[in-house]
Design a protein around this ligand. Structure first.
Ligand code: E4P
Length: 215
């Protein structure tokens, strides 16, 4: 399973990249706005680290604007995936961008039928937002299960990118279902590393080691 960071913070990305567990990065306009930096500068820095998959979102709402922005974004670096929203205009743009060889991440997906359409137009990734569904009282993980089943039924190559992840249990459940990717905030990825028994165990080992005769 691939693990992505959902952030536009180059510091966070660099730190996680150095651990060796990071496979990619997703951004969105809200995350970019938080950083207060030029989007292209951020994208170039992240790609220069060697991160192989960096999702950058278009903000145009017509097919023409999405195509112009998408073509510009993909020229920035070969690791860029163009993020396009799940709308009728977005489906049309995705079909064209995909036919040109651009890898598209279809975002703001909230139903299995939307995910089916994303696969039909050739999206490389589909991004169902499970946390936002949970917030509404709907089980986001059920959606992941449905999408994985549908893609397996028809052998679609589109990868399921579990988005809007809020905590480690989301990652665990997504992995058990067999989702391809989970993207998460830095704090959630940090929690995947940690366990209190690891810390306690290490402290005890180090304490006991002091009793071992040296020299
Ligand atoms: C993914 O691509 C989105 O940027 C993200 O996961 C949205 O998460 P949120 O619901 O926490 O804003």
């Amino acid at each position: 399973m691939k693990l992505f960071l959902d952030t536009a913070s180059v510091t966070e990305i660099r730190t996680m990249w150095e651990t060796g567990i990071l496979d990619g990065v997703t951004t969105n306009p809200t995350l970019v706005a938080k950083e207060g930096r030029k989007f292209e500068d951020v994208l170039r820095e992240v790609c220069a680290l060697g991160v192989p998959s960096v999702s950058a979102e278009v903000v145009g709402t017509t097919t023409d604007l999405m195509l112009t922005e998408g073509r510009h974004l993909r020229e920035i670096h070969p690791s860029i995936y163009v993020k396009v929203p799940m709308t009728a205009a977005g489906l049309k743009a995705t079909k064209i961008l995909a036919s040109e060889g651009t890898r598209v991440n279809m975002t703001l997906v909230f139903s299995a039928n939307q995910a089916l359409l994303a696969a039909k137009v050739g999206a490389a990734y589909v991004s169902p937002f499970i946390g936002r569904l949970d917030d509404q009282g709907q089980d986001g993980m059920e959606l992941i299960d449905d999408i994985v089943t549908i893609y397996e039924n028809y052998d679609y190559a589109t990868e399921v990118l579990v988005a809007s992840v809020r905590h480690p249990v989301h990652v665990l459940e997504a992995a058990k279902i067999g989702a391809d990717i989970a993207t998460m905030p830095y704090a959630v990825m940090e929690k995947l590393v940690q366990h209190p028994l690891t810390d306690l165990g290490l402290a005890r080992f180090l304490k006991d080691w002091e009793k071992v005769p040296k020299g």
